[in-house]
Design a protein around this ligand. Structure first.
Ligand SMILES: *Cc1c(COP(=O)(O)O)cnc(C)c1O
Length: 356
């Protein structure tokens, strides 16, 4: 079976050398040498200040909601991975869905304004598939209403916006370093804050609120990650240029091979340099989408309905209408894309789709 994605395995000798060093240091977790080194290397790579390494991309979102003291309603996108919505509910806030723009698959700012109420405390928007939201429009709505802006940038490692890391936008921005993401450390996440106070507070939150062994700064949780994960992340980071260029090349190959197929692709903002983290195609109908998925499955290829269902359909969410999100989620398929996906397989996938 050709999977839709596959974790990147870095050179194992490099990892083994790090493991020997961890054994020599006799230090496994709690802000160790490799965690600090990984954070500092990530900051250099992204040309951003002070990323905060946490245990996953979901806790990253939850920590942001806590750090900003969000309550009441949070306007968000229904077309994202479930973690964006579930984190909001988990933190006892109510997700209010603004529909998406069918061209970009991102939250549509023109649908947001009418949903802002006295109860709204923030917008949490996802840069879907590594394609930037209309950041200026969202910032202006948040400024006008005095509400916070968080970006779930889980898909965005390496994405640039106006030539800068996309993580620099919003009050806070999060990323996932899960094994299936383009850049990973097995399980991990990142938080980016341009606000020094929030940065300090998030570091306390990550470590139970501890301020020294006997003092507590405030409420916290365990959002830490281990030396073993950080060392794995350092190994993957060393090979990042190859990962990024291979994705770009594979995406261009798909573009080429699929010319003439009756599908559309998300439109990428001109200000955004994407990271080619996924290869979604949108069919004209759900029937065509399911037929393509089944045909591919018959020849041993897994394509995934990513994202399906539209999150307004979750059984713990009260009914809300977002027709564009429902329409797109019923017709979208992500094709296999991972490091070293062979050209022959891409040809086979394209051949299957073109024969429909
Ligand atoms: C992967 C992902 C998350 C969750 O990240 P984890 O590290 O798996 O917890 C959140 N949001 C989006 C959009 C994701 O794709």
């Amino acid at each position: 079976m050709i999977p839709v994605t596959k974790p990147f395995f870095p050179n194992s000798d490099a990892y083994k050398r790090y493991i020997d060093q961890i054994w020599a240091n006799e230090w496994i977790t709690n802000n160790g040498y490799f965690v600090k080194k990984f954070e500092s290397e990530l900051g250099k790579e992204l040309n951003t200040q002070n990323p905060i390494l946490v245990s996953n991309g979901t806790i990253a979102i939850q920590m942001c909601i806590k750090a900003l003291n969000l309550t009441g309603e949070i306007i968000t996108t229904p077309f994202t991975y479930v973690a964006t919505t579930s984190s909001i509910v988990w933190e006892n806030c109510k997700p209010v869905f603004a529909d998406i723009d069918e061209n970009t698959l991102n939250i549509d700012p023109s649908k947001v304004e009418s949903l802002v109420s006295g109860k709204t405390s923030a917008i949490i928007a996802t840069h879907c598939f590594g394609n930037a939201c209309d950041i200026e429009a969202l910032v202006s709505i948040c400024d006008k209403h005095g509400i916070a802006l968080i970006f779930d940038a889980a898909h965005c490692f390496g994405t640039l916006y106006n030539g800068k890391s996309i993580f620099e936008f919003g009050d806070l921005s999060t990323c996932s370093l899960h094994a299936t993401k383009l850049m990973h450390c097995g399980e991990g996440g990142l938080i980016f804050s341009n606000n020094t106070d929030k940065y300090e507070q998030l570091k306390y939150i990550r470590n139970f609120g501890h301020d020294g062994p006997e003092n507590f700064h405030g409420l916290g949780i365990n959002g830490k990650t281990s030396e073993l994960h950080a060392a794995l992340g350092l190994c993957v980071l060393e090979e990042l240029p190859a990962i990024l260029s291979s994705r770009k090349k594979q995406s261009e190959i798909y573009d080429d091979l699929l010319q003439g197929l009756e599908v559309t692709r998300p439109i990428v903002s001109a200000k955004c340099e994407p990271n080619y983290s996924y290869y979604p195609i949108i069919f004209p109908t759900m029937e065509a989408c399911l037929k393509a998925r089944d045909l591919l499955a018959d020849s041993g290829i897994q394509a995934r309905r990513y994202f399906f269902p539209s999150l307004n359909k979750l059984n713990y969410i009260e009914a809300q209408e977002v027709p564009s999100s429902e329409s797109i989620s019923s017709r979208i398929l992500s094709l296999p894309l991972y490091f070293n996906l062979p050209f022959e397989i891409q040809k086979q996938i394209a051949g299957t789709l073109m024969s429909m």
